[in-house]
Design a protein around this ligand. Structure first.
Ligand code: FAD
Ligand code: SIN
Length: 534
């Protein structure tokens, strides 16, 4: 097994990982980014709506804070919300300096979009390809930096901690469990290598792939949460999965996002009878917070038995639509829907994980040397439901603050581990029963969709738990007996995360934000986080 040394290792090359790596390298630190596909493949790359940030004189921090707290349904950490909102404008300035060209109005002012739960227009965007524009600007910076090495098609498997090393005779200077490195799988030559480092930033994004229907790309398999949990870090609030109300309905099961910004520009939801229904559910109608819109759609579909509802943006002209939403326009057109005159068939799909690895505002987790940032982290910003377009903002702010904290940590604790133990592989060569992996993969996704969805019951959650435990036994058996491969590693993480999600959901005996459970329809008087430590 080969071992390489870096000041810090970053797992993931979305907005969180890339901006953190750039910041740390600018302080003279060496950084290795491991990323499991090509460097641009991430949730970030598909972000459409934009970044919520107070940039106009008609907006103010208090209003953004209030909207975030309202969406979070009593569970946000208000100090965290305030800090992230206030740090936003500086981070946006840096994005602009890096070359992100946010869309402008004809008079040269920045064009601000509106999305559900926002009382003001405050979403900076690059048409409907905001994430791609940010990702490209950050990658440009990364390519220029001599202190950053990017290892593509390398998948982090597990953290190496001093507690694990003690089993191999390591004696550290203190008893505290710390990060000592990380094992990774190289998908090109099928070998495992180790990175020796005292600080690892998890920036692995979300978990959408545990659901049968999701807006997330294939990378979103919850690896960071699973690795952090196995290493002993605190995990928080995994029951809060955000279902985006409007994903394009297609029979192949793929769920392309139709941005909420489309509703921000006047689109309305109609049921299968053509009736606009949101006014029956919330005073903000089509721009109500996402949990409310998704549940309203779910209820309309259940009532009528229809496979989808419709989104109507025929109030905009073809020219306006092609200019403001070029990607959405093209996707719908390629699927036979001309959105200037046709209704768009839409359904909810799993979109965003509000919980994750618990961190403070410095991106520190409960495990020394382990940091987390972006969707994998749970800072307290989102509470029980994320306000639209707050996640890109959170990732930028936390990456910046995390750099400060890791830099200081590295000064105080440069690392002292001489060598890492070799990787021990399941000693049996590739299994001829690989098909089991695919069966388990689809069974897991269906289980989560059917039993841990938009509307929950204790009975359904218990059902999910029993199935997940069975799958978990089979998958772990496979993991320990056969040589590792990416699909198996991802499945092991997905089943781990699914189990933790159900554990969190069963802990919460109330309906709050995204966790809507028929057995406990009201709010508890006290808003508490759910936490899990191995
Ligand atoms: P990601 O961008 O998902 O990056 C994760 C990285 O980790 C990837 O490079 C992945 O390959 C890598 N990785 C994962 N596991 C491993 C492993 N084991 N080893 C190595 N590498 C690994 N939010 C907004 O604020 N505004 C929006 O407009 C918006 N639109 C969205 C539209 C869509 C379709 C989707 C899916 C999400 C949207 N979101 C939006 C949410 C937002 O995009 C994400 O929360 C955010 O981009 C997450 O960034 P990240 O850096 O944390 O993770
Ligand atoms: C969207 O464009 O609707 C997605 C925004 C988000 O998830 O924050």
């Amino acid at each position: 097994m080969k071992t390489y040394d870096f000041d810090a290792v970053v797992v993931g090359s979305g907005i969180a990982g890339l901006s953190f790596a750039l910041g740390l390298a600018s302080r003279g630190r060496t950084v290795c980014i491991v990323t499991k596909k090509n460097r641009a493949e991430s949730n970030t790359n598909y972000a459409q709506g934009g970044i919520a940030c107070v940039t106009s004189s008609s907006d103010d921090f208090e209003s953004h804070v209030k909207d975030t707290l309202d969406a979070g349904d009593g569970l946000c950490n208000s100090a965290v919300v305030r800090q992230i909102v206030q740090d936003g404008p500086e981070r946006i300035k840096e994005m602009i300096q890096m070359g992100v060209e946010f869309s402008q109005l004809e008079d040269g002012r920045v064009s601000l979009g509106k999305e559900g739960g926002h009382s003001k227009r405050r979403i900076l965007h690059v048409k409907d390809v905001t994430g791609r524009a940010i990702e490209q600007a950050l990658l440009h910076g990364i390519n220029e930096s001599p202190l950053i090495e990017v290892r593509e098609h390398c998948m982090a498997i597990d953290l190496i901690t001093t507690r694990k090393l003690k089993k191999f005779g390591y004696t550290g200077t203190d008893d505290e469990n710390r990060v000592a490195g990380i094992y990774c799988f190289n998908e090109v030559d099928h070998t495992v290598f180790a990175l020796r480092t005292s600080s690892v930033l998890l920036a692995t994004g979300g978990v959408g792939q545990v659901y049968q229907f999701t807006t997330n790309p294939d990378i979103a398999t919850g690896d960071g949460v699973a690795m952090a949990y196995r290493a002993g870090a605190e995990i928080r609030n995994l029951e809060f999965v955000q279902f985006h109300p409007t994903a394009f309905f297609s029979q192949d099961g793929k769920r392309f996002l139709i941005s909420e910004a489309v509703r921000g520009e006047g689109a309305i939801l109609r049921n299968s009878e053509g009736e606009p229904f949101m006014e029956r559910y919330h005073p903000r109608k089509d721009l109500a917070p996402r949990d409310i819109v998704a549940r309203a759609i779910d209820s309309e579909m259940k009532r009528s038995g229809a496979e989808h509802v419709f989104l109507d943006i025929t109030s905009m002209s073809k020219k306006e639509l092609e200019e403001r939403f070029p990607t959405i326009y093209a996707h719908c057109r390629d699927n036979g829907i001309h959105i200037e005159k046709d209704l768009i068939p839409v359904v909810p799909a799993a979109h965003y994980l509000c919980g994750g690895v618990a961190t403070n505002l410095s991106a520190e987790t409960s495990l020394k040397g382990l940091y987390a940032c972006g969707e994998v982290a749970c800072t307290g910003l989102h509470g029980a439901n994320r306000l639209a377009s707050n996640s890109l903002l959170e990732a930028l702010v936390l990456a910046h603050r995390g750099v400060e904290s890791v830099d200081q940590f590295l000064t105080e604790y440069p690392g002292e581990i001489d060598s890492l133990p070799p990787w021990v592989d399941g000693n049996v060569s590739n299994s001829d029963e690989r098909v089991i992996l695919f069966h388990n993969w689809s069974e897991l996704k269906r289980t989560l969709w059917d039993y841990v969805g938009i509307v929950r019951t204790t009975k359904r959650l218990e059902r999910a738990r029993a199935r997940i435990q069975l799958l978990s036994r089979e998958i772990n058996d496979y993991y320990w007996n056969f040589r590792v491969e990416p699909k198996l590693l991802e499945l092991r993480n997905m089943v781990q995360v699914a189990d933790l999600m159900v554990q969190c959901a069963l802990q919460r005996k109330e309906s709050r934000g995204l966790h809507y459970i028929l057995d406990y329809p009201s709010l508890s008087p006290e808003a508490l986080d759910t936490t899990i430590i191995r």
